[in-house]
Write a protein that binds this ligand. Structure first.
Ligand code: F0G
Length: 418
C-alpha cells in the first residue's frame, strides 16, 4: 500500500521513497508528498457520495483517500480533530457577496495544527519513531505534544522562543508531558537549531517542513468545500507565518481540481503583519527572492517569523491560484479581533491578521463586492487571553470594554451598570 505515495522535490523533481525519513532533497529544497490519486479516488462522484455517507468518522478518516492514502488506518492517532464550524457572517458584512469564517480554533488543541499533527504523529507511529520534536511559536508544540501523548510509545520535545509565547500555549505541552525547552532566541533561531539537531540524531522532526504534516493540513480547504457543497468561493484568506498552511491549502485545492471534484479555482490571499512580512515584501518584488528578516514583535506572536521555511512552496501555490499577499498593522489587527470576538466568535490575533487583511483587500478593490470569501481562522482567542485583556483594559483602544472594579456596595453596583 505504501507504494501509493512518494516524496518529490519541489524544485529538481527528484523522487524518494515515502518510507525514508527525509525532509529535504539532496539539492536542499523541500519535498512534497505525491499520491497516486487516480488509484485511491478513481471516480470523483463516487468519492463525494462515499464521504457524504461517512460523516460520523473523524475528518482525517473521512478524507483519508485524498489526504494520505498510504497511511494505514490502524496507525492513525486521532483526537477527533476537524469538522470545525464554517460561520456565515454575510449579513454583518454586506460589502461581500458572502463572507464565511472557517474556525480552526475549534480543534482539540485550539488551533489548525491538529490537522497536520494527526498526519505527522500517525506517520511517526507507522514508522516506529519514538521521539518527535518541533520548534514552535506555541501552536505546533501544543498539538505535537498532545498527539505524542496519545500515541502508544512516543516522547515529544518542544523548542520554544523563551518569553515569546502565551501562558496558555506554554501550559499545553507541559501538561501533555512533552519535554519543553525555552531557548533565548526567536522562532527562526529555534527552527535553525531543530534542523541541526535532527540532522545529527534519530529524532523525528514534526515542523511543517516535514511534508507529511502538509498532507493533514490539506483537510482545512477540502472540508470547507465539502461544507459548501463543493461550491468554490472566489477567495480563501489565510495568515502566513512559516508558510506551511497556505502551501497545504493550495495543495489540497489543487488536488481536488486535478481529480475533478471541483471545476473552478479560488484565489488565495496570504496576510502578514507589517513588522514580520518577508512574504509580503517578496510579493511586492514579484517574488524575485526571499530576503530573511529579523521579525519584529507583534500581537500576532504565532506569525512573528522572518525566514519562512515553506517560502518556495507558498510562492508556487500563490502563483498557481493567482493570489496576493497583504500586510496589516497592529491597530488594524487588534481592532478586527475585537470586532469578531464581540460577535461571539473568539479568535486569536493571528486569525485577526487574516480578517483584517480581508477587509483591506476589499477596501482596495482587490476583493470585489460580489465575491464569495472564506477566511481561515487559525486558533482560538482563549489561547491569547493576556492580549485580549490588555486591549480591553486600555480605553484608548477603539472597541475597549474595560472591567469596572467596585466596592461590594449596591449603589456602586447600580452606578456601574445603569
Ligand atoms: N496562525 C496560527 C495560530 C499559528 O500558530 C501559525 C503558525 C500560523 C497562523 C501560520 O501558519 O506557519 O503555516 O504559515 N504557527 C507555527 C507554530 C509557526 O509553531 O505554531 P504557517
Amino acid at each position: 500500500m505504501t507504494s501509493n505515495s512518494i516524496f518529490k522535490c519541489i524544485e529538481c523533481k527528484q523522487d524518494y521513497s515515502i518510507k525514508e525519513i527525509r525532509y529535504r532533497c539532496e539539492c536542499g529544497n523541500l519535498l512534497e508528498v505525491q499520491h497516486d490519486l487516480k488509484k485511491s479516488i478513481p471516480d470523483p462522484n463516487k468519492w463525494k457520495k462515499s464521504i457524504d455517507e461517512n460523516l460520523k468518522t473523524s475528518a482525517f478518516h473521512r478524507y483519508h483517500s485524498i489526504l494520505f492514502p498510504s497511511l494505514p488506518i490502524e496507525k492513525i492517532i486521532s483526537l477527533n480533530e476537524g469538522d470545525t464550524p464554517l460561520y456565515n457572517v454575510s449579513n454583518a458584512f454586506p460589502n461581500f457577496g458572502s463572507l464565511r469564517l472557517k474556525h480552526e480554533g475549534m480543534n482539540p488543541t485550539l488551533s489548525f495544527k491538529d490537522r497536520g499533527m494527526v498526519a505527522g504523529v500517525s506517520w511517526a507511529n507507522h514508522l516506529g519513531c519514538n521521539i518527535v520534536i518541533c520548534a514552535s511559536t506555541g501552536d505546533t508544540s501544543a498539538a505535537m505534544a498532545a498527539y505524542a501523548g496519545l500515541a502508544p510509545n512516543m516522547k515529544g520535545i518542544v523548542l520554544l522562543p523563551d518569553g515569546k509565547i502565551s501562558p496558555e500555549q506554554l501550559a499545553q505541552p507541559i501538561a501533555s508531558g512533552a519535554k519543553t525547552i525555552g531557548i533565548k532566541t526567536d522562532f527562526d533561531g529555534c527552527m535553525n537549531l531543530v534542523q541541526k539537531l535532527t540532522e545529527k540524531h534519530d529524532i523525528y522532526l514534526l515542523n511543517s517542513m516535514n511534508s507529511v504534516r502538509i498532507e493533514g493540513q490539506k483537510a482545512i480547504g477540502i472540508e470547507t468545500l465539502h461544507q459548501l457543497g463543493w461550491n468554490v468561493p472566489d477567495w480563501f484568506i489565510i495568515p502566513i507565518g512559516n508558510a506551511g498552511n497556505i502551501s497545504a491549502l493550495g495543495k489540497g485545492l489543487r488536488e481536488l481540481y486535478k481529480i475533478g471534484v471541483i471545476n473552478k479555482l479560488p484565489k488565495l490571499a496570504g496576510i502578514q503583519t507589517i513588522g514580520a512580512s518577508p512574504m509580503y515584501d517578496s510579493f511586492k518584488n514579484n517574488f524575485s527572492n526571499l530576503v530573511p528578516q529579523k521579525a519584529k514583535p507583534t500581537k500576532a506572536s504565532a506569525i512573528q517569523i522572518g525566514n519562512p521555511v515553506s517560502y518556495k512552496k507558498a510562492v508556487n501555490e500563490i502563483k498557481y491560484f493567482n493570489g496576493v499577499v497583504e500586510a496589516v498593522n497592529e491597530v488594524e489587527l487588534m481592532d478586527w479581533k475585537a470586532k469578531i470576538d464581540r460577535m461571539g466568535i473568539s479568535i486569536c490575533p493571528n486569525s485577526a491578521v487574516a480578517v483584517s487583511g480581508c477587509m483591506k483587500l476589499q477596501k482596495n478593490g482587490i476583493i470585489k463586492s460580489n465575491d464569495d470569501v472564506v477566511v481561515i481562522l487559525t486558533a482560538h482567542g482563549t489561547k491569547f487571553s493576556n492580549t485580549s485583556v490588555e486591549y480591553h483594559q486600555n480605553i484608548s483602544n477603539k472597541y475597549a470594554n474595560k472591567t469596572a472594579i467596585i466596592e461590594p456596595d449596591i449603589s456602586q453596583l447600580e452606578k456601574a451598570i445603569l
